[in-house]
Design a protein around this ligand. Structure first.
Ligand code: CA
Length: 515
């Protein structure tokens, strides 16, 4: 008996179009892209070698760090590369809250770095986050690595009623299932900084103690997820996978923090050849960290490259959007500050943002777009074809049409800089409000930030012409540049009003900032 082709395909759960079998996986028109979002911590935009190469160096005003990043260099040639992605509140938890929710820190619930002294700072459970949206639209969602958006509670799965460690305050946290915002595969922790002894809680809350460099282990877990080792995802569904690596975050002081093979690449280079930015001071004690920081960058590059290779080997490359970014930068002896982040300086705010999507995006450098933290969620959803699914709570902008060149970048781009600080405490000594210590604005040309004390007196004004002075070595006088200052304050006031920021609500410095 002759069995019809149609019958066989139907029996296999497939359908026929013009005699060609069609599944959700191989119908290019309809299939949803996979999405991989990789973001190491404290990785500044300047720490990628391709910025020194033809095709890239013409677009930036800085000398790149002398780093070895072969995988990122190749990836950049296949990607849309942003010169000016900015972390608005360049600190771990506030950025992560914005990344996941598309809301500014005051709205996401995460204005401060999360620890057990700050119940004020914890990702809201009642809002739709990026994983929730992907899940709702038929995706499997995986989170691997550092999360750091939850207020730690005594919910240790191995010892209920206790915290996951005994620090004071407790920084690390276990995220129970009901707080995972759509991520159905879990291999994560709150925050923890011994790079060669990381730990993770898996989907079922089991703790895993690991004895290898965390980015290597996380790349292994990401590759397992891609290969579907252990049947952890439904291969008929697209996936959204976040890989959040801790290095090149500190500590970066000894061979215990990095891979020796990476350190060997930098250990004999004099510090003044490693710290090439003219605003850096190689005499600072912290300068000893530079070879370890750059070694971490090279190690992260290698592990990112392994994930990309697995994607290619599995033939998933064409239909997968891959983003490489960071939560904020690292000053590394620039501006004579020991604080690696949290400032309006370029080294702290400017982060990598590279998007590869072979099926839809032509590689190029985008140097007009100022994309910032709350824009990432709507933009990633937009790139994945889910622009109509962006929740109404989102305050950021979907820049997918700019990245895909269907639209031009905004004519007069500007993004906010925000810095918050502990506010009032409750009877238990827990911080229950915050003090919005500084606000600022970054435009194509200028950086302006104003910090205040608790009586709202101005403490400091950061004011730079980033075109004439890309290393921000000449703090402009307000009186000599009054018109520019006024104009920047006006723009900043409009942005603060739009997001209903505490500075707008309290009309802070209203004599200077016309809200
Ligand atoms: Ca961080």
């Amino acid at each position: 008996m002759k069995t019809s082709k149609k019958f066989l395909f139907a029996a296999a759960g497939l359908s026929l179009t013009n005699g060609i079998p069609v599944t959700a996986q191989n119908n290019i028109q309809d299939r949803k892209p996979n999405v991989i979002y990789v973001f190491p911590d404290q990785f500044r935009n300047h720490a990628m070698g391709f910025w020194g190469e033809k095709g890239f160096k013409e677009h930036v005003r800085f000398k790149p760090d002398p780093v070895i990043t072969p995988n990122l260099n190749n990836f950049a040639r296949e990607s849309v590369v942003l010169t000016s992605a900015m972390s608005n509140c360049p600190l771990s938890s506030p950025h992560r809250g914005m990344l996941l929710s598309g809301m500014y820190p005051d709205g996401s619930g995460v204005p401060l770095n999360c620890n057990s002294d700050r119940p004020i700072s914890s990702l809201r459970e009642d809002i739709e986050c990026i994983g929730d949206v992907f899940k709702k639209n038929g995706y499997n969602c995986a989170y691997i690595g550092k999360l750091h958006v939850d207020f730690p509670t005594p919910n240790n799965p191995e010892a209920p009623g206790t915290y996951v460690n005994n620090d004071t305050p407790v920084w690390d946290a276990y995220t129970p299932k009901e707080r995972r915002h759509g991520f159905d595969y879990w291999y994560s922790y709150g925050t923890f900084d011994i790079h060669k002894q990381p730990h993770y809680w898996d989907t079922d809350g089991k703790r895993h103690e690991i004895r290898e460099w965390s980015p290597k282990h996380e790349a292994d877990k990401a590759i397992e997820y891609l290969k579907n080792t252990g049947n952890v995802r439904d291969t008929s569904k697209p996936f959204f996978m976040v890989v959040s690596m801790n290095p090149p975050h500190s500590p970066y002081r000894t061979i215990e923090d990095v891979m020796e093979e990476d350190y060997n690449l930098y250990k004999d280079i004099p510090l003044d050849k490693l710290l090439v930015r003219p605003n850096a001071n190689p005499q600072m004690e912290k300068a000893q960290c530079a070879p370890f920081y750059f070694a971490s960058v090279t190690g992260v590059d290698r592990e990112f490259g392994r994930i990309l290779k697995a994607l290619k080997d599995l033939r998933l490359e064409e239909n997968t959007i891959v983003v490489f970014s960071s939560d904020h930068g690292e000053t590394m002896c620039s501006q004579n500050t020991n604080d690696p982040k949290n400032s309006p300086y370029a080294e702290s705010m400017n982060v990598p943002f590279l998007v590869r999507y072979p099926e839809k995006l032509k590689p190029r450098v985008e140097d007009r777009l100022l994309l910032s933290s709350p824009d990432i969620m709507p933009t990633v959803l937009g790139l994945a074809g889910l622009s109509r699914q962006i929740p109404e709570t989102v305050q950021g902008t979907n820049f997918a049409p700019v990245i895909s060149k269907e639209k031009n970048a905004p004519e007069l781009p500007s993004v906010l800089y925000l810095r918050n600080l502990n506010g009032e405490k409750n009877a238990d000594g827990k911080i229950i409000s915050y003090f919005p210590e500084a606000r600022g604005i970054k435009t194509e040309r200028y950086t302006l930030a104003i910090s205040i004390d608790k009586r709202h007196n101005i403490k400091h004004i950061f004011f730079y012409d980033d075109i004439k002075d890309p290393y921000q070595m000449n703090n402009l006088s307000v009186t000599e540049n009054q018109e520019i200052f006024n104009d920047l304050c006006k723009q900043m006031g409009q942005l603060l009003k739009q997001i209903n920021d505490p500075w707008y609500k309290d009309r802070i410095l209203s004599s200077k900032i016309p809200y």
